[in-house]
Design a protein around this ligand. Structure first.
Ligand code: ZN
Length: 131
């Protein structure tokens, strides 16, 4: 049982509601249409952002193995000796940082197709696995 939990606030509620249903939402500027990762607050032009669906398809940009204590056992690498954190480029363009749970980091390569999954820590949060 993990004591690592994610808690929502009003701004993030639509994101977590969708995540619970297995859908990834990203942010889009209501004025210029630029797309951003979920944590983005405002467009570079200062305009507000709205939630829009993403396919969940991505490619792997880079990754790192954190050999510190995992925040949650579910996020451990395949070898169980650390957590793999990746940077992925969503099909829609924005980049996201996310855990790559249960993967063998020696099997990862640049440009590898990835797909979103959701891990539940109080709230469902996106993680990525090889597609
Ligand atoms: Zn904009």
């Amino acid at each position: 049982m993990s004591d690592f939990t994610i808690e929502r606030n009003e701004a993030s509620a639509p994101f977590f509601d969708a995540a619970r249903e297995g859908r990834l939402l990203i942010r889009r500027c209501t004025v210029c249409g630029r797309l951003y990762p979920p944590q983005q607050r405002r467009c570079v032009d200062g305009e507000p952002l709205e939630w829009v669906p993403a396919t969940g398809a991505a490619t792997l940009i880079s990754w790192a193995v954190d050999h510190g204590a995992a925040v949650a056992p579910d996020l451990l690498s395949a070898a169980g000796d650390g957590s793999v954190i990746g940077v992925v480029e969503l099909e829609e363009g924005p980049w996201m940082n996310a855990a790559l749970p249960g993967v063998d980091p020696t099997q990862l390569r640049d440009g590898m197709p990835m797909r979103v999954e959701f891990a539940v820590f109080g709230e469902a949060v996106p993680v990525f696995l090889p597609a």
